[in-house]
Design a protein around this ligand. Structure first.
Ligand code: NAD
Length: 371
């Protein structure tokens, strides 16, 4: 079985889908690995760090005879077109944003496992790249916040008096948000967390944070949040505004599957924020959680800074690649058996992660988005 590893080409993408430790494990399973030259350059992982693999310069010839192609971002159309019929692709896809690619994968009978479709079940945790990457982003968002205020987060006692600890508010307590709370706390900030799923109260408190309780319960399907009604939004604003306006660093992470990012911070709320404070909006990719957010930019509104970073996991590209490659390995191990590919469609992880197979789009939501 030949596994091809693509070099990433998209803007802001620095990760690589293979690291030496994972390559070794795949070789032990009987795979041959060919890597596009320089694939790890952006994370300072030179080709020479990989042992017992071969290299190719051109992506199209690299994938032409590969049985499995791995990448972080969806491949370019021309590269996907060069894959052999019936081969396997493992990468993030987000079919609703990649309609042409998804149709091509279907028509070329590629079996595509889309990393964003890995089910959020206990058995699949080791394959869950959304979670591994979100955890890194949550950590890094706090560092971005901390280095964009002219203050320290922790308390400090000095000869000329004490400096009080600063306040960090995290809005949206999924994987990224909880990691942000933990990080801010480790840096000595006073931490507060807020979410519309009530079960996050206990999770926030276990990380030493105060929970901002609005009394709104917006639990939706599958452990995610649903969209809020106008009444709920008003009820929340009444409680949350004073927490927004007393924070030094705010990290927002809120997302609703398949919908644009919910707006958690209005322009009016920003206008009343403390001078010198900062919002780091991890939802910028989906339009942002703050009405002022501009994806990929830093906006100054009065004395408040609103940062909308894109592809935050890539800013920690080395660890992001390591965790991502391990997530992919755990998935590939499910179907790489006795030196050949065996797909067990009764396995929930295989069935749910498949985006396309044998000329069909297997994921219902993707099918609707594409057709
Ligand atoms: P996400 O990225 O979809 O959303 C981030 C957070 O934003 C969520 O906590 C959500 O409740 C919150 N949110 C949405 N709208 C909001 C609003 N209007 N105001 C405030 N907060 C809002 O979340 P995620 O990190 O992907 O996690 C989603 C769920 O999946 C969580 O319940 C998590 O525990 C669960 N999960 C389970 C597993 C597993 O069992 N294997 C793995 C990972 C995540």
């Amino acid at each position: 079985v030949k596994i091809a590893v693509l070099k990433e080409t998209r803007a802001n993408e620095r990760r690589v889908a293979m690291v030496p430790a994972v390559a070794d494990k795949l070789i032990k399973l009987g795979a041959r690995i060919q890597i596009q030259s320089g694939a790890g350059d952006a994370v300072k992982l030179p080709d020479s760090a990989f042992k017992n693999v071969s290299f190719a310069a051109d992506a199209r010839s690299l994938v032409a005879d590969a049985d499995i192609v791995v990448a972080v971002q969806p491949p370019d159309i021309e590269v996907a077109r060069s894959m052999k019929e019936g081969a396997i692709l493992v990468s993030f896809v987000y079919a609703h944003k990649e309609v042409e690619l998804t149709k091509l994968l279907r028509d070329r009978k590629i079996t595509c496992f889309a990393m964003e479709l890995v089910p959020r079940i206990t058995r699949a945790q080791a394959m869950d790249a959304l979670s591994s990457q979100a955890a890194l982003a949550g950590y890094y968002a706090v560092l971005i916040g901390a280095t964009n205020i002219a203050r320290m987060l922790p308390m400090m006692t000095t000869a000329v008096g004490s400096i009080r600890p600063q306040r960090t508010l995290v809005m949206g307590l999924g994987v990224a948000g909880l990691q942000a709370l933990a990080t801010a706390r480790r840096l000595g900030a006073m931490t507060e967390g807020y979410d519309v799923r009530p079960e996050t109260k206990e999770q926030a408190e276990s990380l030493g944070a105060k929970f901002v309780d609005t009394g709104v319960d917006a639990r939706g399907a599958g452990g995610y949040a649903r969209e809020l009604t106008e009444e709920e939004k008003a009820k929340i604003a009444a409680v949350v505004t004073k927490h927004i306006q007393s924070a030094d660093v705010i990290v927002t992470t809120a997302a609703i599957p398949g919908r644009p990012s919910p707006k958690l911070i209005s322009k009016a709320q920003v206008d009343g924020m403390k001078a010198g404070s900062v919002i780091v909006d991890l939802a910028a990719e989906g339009g942002g959680n703050c009405e002022y957010t501009k994806p990929g930019e830093t906006v100054q509104v009065g004395q408040v800074t609103i940062i909308g970073p894109l592809n935050v996991p890539s800013m920690l590209g080395e660890h992001a690649s390591e965790l991502y490659a391990k997530n992919q390995f755990n998935l590939i191990e499910l179907f790489l058996k006795d030196q050949s590919v065996k797909l067990d469609w009764s396995d929930e992880v295989i069935a749910k992660t498949a985006l396309t197979h044998a000329g069909e789009i297997k994921n219902e939501a993707a099918k609707k988005a594409v057709d």
